[in-house]
Design a protein around this ligand. Structure first.
Ligand code: 5GP
Ligand code: ZN
Length: 112
């Protein structure tokens, strides 16, 4: 999508601190980290949120989780949280599917 922030990051129109990229998945550090390690993993193709995942596009979600597992191992993370805020009330501020990976501090449950 031409005016989507994360689509612009994928296209390189907005700079990002990239961790990983393949033909379908892009991972980069969050600009406003909420933990000592905080990065985002997204599909390169535009999906608005978890609510936009369908049988036709779901394969990229499995790839995203493979990337998360691999990156966590590479970064030496032995405990981390994966979060995807879906909808405004849940805290979603960027309407392009993304999975937060947070690590390096104690976390509370339930999340606020
Ligand atoms: P959400 O609030 O939708 O769950 O998560 C969006 C995340 O994107 C936030 O954690 C926010 O800090 C991050 N973010 C927003 N704009 C940018 C940006 O331009 N670059 C990067 N790297 N992260 C961003
Ligand atoms: Zn997008």
């Amino acid at each position: 999508m031409s005016d989507c922030l994360f689509c612009k990051i994928v296209r390189g129109e907005i700079p990002s601190n990239k961790l990983y990229e393949d033909d379908a998945v892009y991972a980069f550090y969050d600009i406003d980290p909420q933990a000592p390690t905080h990065f985002l993993v997204i599909p390169k193709s535009h999906i608005a949120s978890v609510a936009g995942i369908t049988p036709e596009n779901a394969a990229v979600v499995a790839r995203i989780f493979t990337v998360i597992s691999d990156l966590a191992k590479q970064l030496g993370l032995d405990s981390y949280r994966v979060v995807s805020n879906t909808g405004v009330q849940a805290g979603q501020s960027v309407p392009h599917l993304h999975f937060h990976v947070l690590s390096g501090r104690d976390m509370t449950w339930p999340p606020g």
